[in-house]
Write a protein that binds this ligand. Structure first.
Ligand SMILES: [Zn+2]
Length: 199
């Protein structure tokens, strides 16, 4: 599997592109859809799916444009309700094109995408319908878990109680994994189990 990491958008969001056997998956298409498509094309792959960890504008501003190019948008069902409800930060004056997701997740599903397996883990707290994804030994956790930190809970639908529980769920995943958060530095589960002050 080929793996690419980009930092895109106004809040320097980590965007991950995973190339499988017959296409590529982007996690959190933050911005600059043409750049996301181009990175995959250079690797000889077409982006077929976008997995969203949550619906804040800085994680899915490119979703609508990618969808028009035939990319299937997948996200948590509760998060999609919140996005459609309009009470979300997504709509707060950031020139953000709202989209209707193609596939909704309740969490617990295992997705087969482009020959790769992704397990969806519900991680509410930063937002009500946040979702994390495990692929092999990689954990993509959006704004739930950061290196030595956790996500904000003061935005609409945030819950400190829920995020602490969600972080506990992630840290209890078996073995060690590389943690790929929505912003800033990568980490590992073993490092966070020892050093995260919110544990
Ligand atoms: Zn966020």
């Amino acid at each position: 599997m080929e793996f690419y990491h980009l930092v895109l958008g106004r809040i320097s969001t980590n965007v991950y592109i995973l190339c499988g056997t017959d296409g590529a998956v982007v996690i959190d298409p933050a911005d600059e859809p043409e750049k996301i498509l181009e990175i995959a094309a250079k690797a000889g792959k077409q982006i077929k799916y976008a997995l969203l960890t949550h619906a804040h504008f800085d994680h899915c501003s490119a979703a609508a444009a990618l969808q028009k190019q035939g990319v299937e948008i997948i996200m948590g069902a509760k998060e999609a309700e919140f996005l459609a409800d309009g009470g979300h930060l997504a709509k707060v004056g950031f020139n953000f094109e709202i989209f209707t997701p193609d596939r909704l997740l309740d969490g617990g599903e295992t997705l087969e995408l482009c020959g790769m397996e992704f397990k969806a883990i519900p991680t509410p707290g930063h937002t009500v319908g946040g979702m994390s994804y495990v692929c092999e030994d990689m954990l993509f956790c959006g704004d739930t878990l950061f290196r030595r930190g956790i996500g904000r809970t003061d935005l609409p639908s945030g819950s400190y109680k829920d995020i602490i529980k969600s972080v506990g769920t992630l840290l209890a995943l078996p073995g060690d994994m590389t943690v790929y958060p929505g912003h800033e530095a990568f980490s590992t589960l073993s490092y966070e189990r020892e050093n995260n002050p919110y544990v």
